[in-house]
Ligand binder design. Sequence first.
Ligand SMILES: [Mn+2]
Length: 431
Amino acid sequence: MTTLIDTGLVAEHNAAAEAHLWNDYDALGGMLARRGQDIEQLTALAQTFAVALPSWGVGTGGTRFARFPGGGEPRNVFEKLEDCGVIQQLTRATPTVSLHFPWDATDDPAALREVAGRFGLGFDTVNSNTFQDQQGQAQTYKYGSLTASSAAVRAQAVAHNIDCIELGRALGSKALTVWVGDGANFPGQHNLRGALERYLESMRDIYAALPADWNVLIEHKLFEPAFYATTIADWGTSYACANALGPKAKCLVDLGHHAPNTNIEMIVARLAQFGKLGGFHFNDSKYGDDDLDSGSINPFQLFLIFNELADVAEREGKDFQPSYMLDQSHNVTDPIESLMSSAVEVQRAFVQAALVDRAALLHHQQNNDALQSAQTLKHAFRTDVSPILAMARVRAGAAADPVACYRASGYRAGKQEARPAKAGASSSGIV
Ligand SMILES: [Mn+2]
């Protein structure tokens, strides 16, 4: 396997961190043992965690006002894979990449697979894009894609999604995620029911093209770019559509695609209960955005979501395998640093949720002891599992402190020379 950061540097970084790490790890292990928990089991569990990287996330994002590109950004899908390889090498928590077409389109999927494999990466869910026009396409998506009033526009959008499935198949993906920004900016602009009927008709054609072992994930989003009525705005609509389409259709929860203060963990519980929880896009949000780094605003919410996921895993065992992906926009940070720390934050919530004493929680719930029930969750959430996460990384050959190690490597500075900016090249995208 090709390593992008000098392995000697990583080893040196880890050796310098090791003495303190062992002290912290032993102290935490002793505390957990008093609670009847085995730190080694938790470290092994942490090593099983995996979240996919969005190919577009390694480029600097932007807002609808502006984009401020960073130096040394990847200029094509091969360079994006390279940056994803760095993230995987230093965290060992991001073994797959989620591609977005046509941004990452290739006529040589075998070459893409080969390069990804060189960096120890595979491909996760593929994403279609009918929320913007591409050069040379016959029809415009200005007034919608899968829901458009024009049959020709809908046919073009369906054909693009089927192309994505074909490309994904060649890459070893197993699912297509569909997000459409379709909707209305004015009351009366379109017939609310008619638009959803057209969406379902289009999605039935896409569904029919899915290979037997594939899923299609429906991603809802409350608003933007349709500011009055988005066709797939909420989990209820998403669930109804997934149900109407069939067993291969599931719902995808993007944390930033809800109204502020929405109880997202309850949505997770509902979708799981009815067998339609297909996956997540992780990010964080303060107001109405879907752009901030995972765990940077509301880590307790992230923990509560993983608490529900731990409950589902306990009920359903290995059959329950939702796909996890980071989906955020990095405007003021180095995207590699944001993605590494975000992967670690999601992994942190995963491990914290495993600390919840489920027998005690059940006991308190049955006795209607609201206070102790809440304290049982808080007890797990307050536990700093950083030594477990660092130990899991060090044992896998990743970095004790990924950001510090990355900064010491000078990777970005090297790329500033190797990747001079190309006019018109953009790798940003927010869905
Ligand atoms: Mn998303």
